[in-house]
Design a protein around this ligand. Structure first.
Ligand code: CA
Length: 453
């Protein structure tokens, strides 16, 4: 053989081996098994052939945490449908987190220490971790918010014993019931899964809008989901602020009913986010954008309602949520049996991942970070003077600039890339407005709060 043909056949051989390595990694990924890391070098070679060299990721490997609720769908779909691999991230490991506390602990140590590099978060966890507010020894672990994963998909479940008594969206009789229980020395008991983040905020907002002070009139505490459901069954828990699939299970098992969907409290509200350790992003800027492109493609795929049956099947699988597909199917179509005779059938109320009636779901608006921080101040979780530094913290943590770059590289239409970091004035179900230009006015407009505004 001549020198030339020798080289040629060797090259052809490598490409053939590489292509089958990609096939086997994708197949293993689909079956939910961890990819074979021995194939990494070959995968890198082949994937690099399909994407421009200036966009090729610095690494194909990352470990992302998730909680088995519908918020994690873009991460799971990006892996299972091959969207991460398409952009060169062939070795994404998704790691189920036992609780939000474990996710926080795992991101503190990073993947090098056996933890995670980032993943799914309630808000403002990335800001609180960056600022050392909820970390061990108040260590500051800088994080970047990179995308929003979802809107909607959460709600307030109430124990069956209160059905038909006016503990509902507008709390027709809720205030009276709650004050009677308080006087009797058996206060109304409510749970969320982690303090000072979304699910705590949703139930607080709903209670306060109904004239109930969540700190003074009831017992509100963090309790693990399974325990809360068991307590609702035995009658020792009255309410639960949680995400799908839990509300649906509570209704189907006749443990309780849904007083409110978060889509009813604040239509198109910000929910959970994709955020990573800043050191990982700074070291791997191209891999970060590759992850974002995979997530964006998964979000678009998820918002095609024709794909929702397949999505429900993937998420419900034993490797992920491990529950019957039927539990996810109806909420995924915007169909909610609220359990008290009320039925909702409206796709605009369903969990949405890419777009909602207000525009982009995926883009992380800084104005939403500001609402989460303002709400933290409302309840005394952060000091009142925190508002003066909120902008600086948000500018450091929220990396919407990286989202924009990734969106452009992915060829997202200009119309789908927001032009402002603010979504503007937000309106809640009780008529209260949040103007991101004037968070103090919002605090002033609220009756029940822990600050003097
Ligand atoms: Ca949630």
């Amino acid at each position: 053989m001549t020198e030339f043909s020798n080289q040629f056949s060797r090259r052809k051989f490598l490409l053939t081996v590489g292509a089958s390595a990609v096939g086997s990694v994708l197949l293993k990924g689909c079956l939910g098994n961890p990819p074979d890391f021995a194939d990494t070098a070959q995968v890198q070679q082949v994937v690099a052939a399909n994407i421009s060299p200036e966009q090729a990721p610095e690494t194909t490997r990352v470990k992302l945490g998730y909680i088995p609720i519908v918020e994690s769908a873009p991460l799971i779909i990006a892996k299972e449908k091959g969207f991460f691999a398409k952009y060169g991230m062939a070795d994404v490991e998704l790691s189920k987190q036992a609780s939000w506390g474990s996710a926080r602990d795992n991101v503190e140590i990073g993947s090098a220490g056996g933890g995670i590099d980032g993943g799914q978060w309630q808000m403002p966890m990335p800001h609180l971790i960056s600022e050392g507010v909820i970390t061990k020894g108040n260590a500051k672990i800088p994080m970047y918010v990179l995308a929003q994963l979802i809107t909607h998909g959460n709600g307030i479940a109430i124990a069956s014993k209160w059905q038909g008594q006016g503990v509902d969206l507008k709390m027709a009789q809720g205030k009276g019931i709650v004050s009677q229980l308080k006087s009797a020395g058996t206060p109304f008991k409510a749970a969320h899964t982690f303090p000072h983040v979304n699910q705590d905020f949703w139930i607080r907002y709903w209670l306060a809008a109904g004239g109930i002070d969540p700190d003074r009139d009831i017992n509100l505490m963090p309790v693990p989901s399974a325990q809360t459901v068991a307590n609702m069954k035995t009658g020792t828990m009255d309410a639960f602020s949680t995400g799908d699939p839990w509300p649906y299970r509570i209704v189907k098992d006749k443990i309780g009913y849904m007083a409110a969907l978060t889509a009813e409290i604040w239509k198109n509200h910000p929910e959970e986010y994709f955020a990573m350790r800043a050191d990982w992003v700074d070291k791997n800027p191209k891999a970060t954008k590759a992850l974002l492109k995979g997530i964006m493609e998964a979000q678009q795929w998820l918002d095609n309602f024709d794909n929702r049956q397949e999505a429900a099947k993937i998420l419900a699988g034993r490797n992920y949520f491990n529950l019957p597909v039927a539990i996810l199917l109806e909420p995924f179509q915007g169909r909610y049996d609220m359990g008290d005779g009320r039925k909702i059938d409206d796709q605009s109320m369903a969990p949405l991942y890419w777009k909602d009636e207000k525009g982009s779901v995926s883009y992380p608006y800084k104005s939403h970070d500001l609402w989460f921080i303002t709400e933290s101040i409302r309840w005394g979780f952060l000091p009142q003077d925190y508002l003066t530094k909120a902008k600086a913290v948000i500018d450091q943590v929220n990396r919407e600039d990286i989202w924009r770059e990734a969106a452009k590289e992915a060829g997202i239409a200009a119309a789908d890339i927001p032009t402002s970091t603010s979504r503007g004035v937000e309106t809640f179900f009780d008529g209260i407005k949040f103007d991101p230009e004037n968070p103090t006015a919002y605090l002033k407009s609220l009756q029940i709060k822990r600050v003097k505004a």
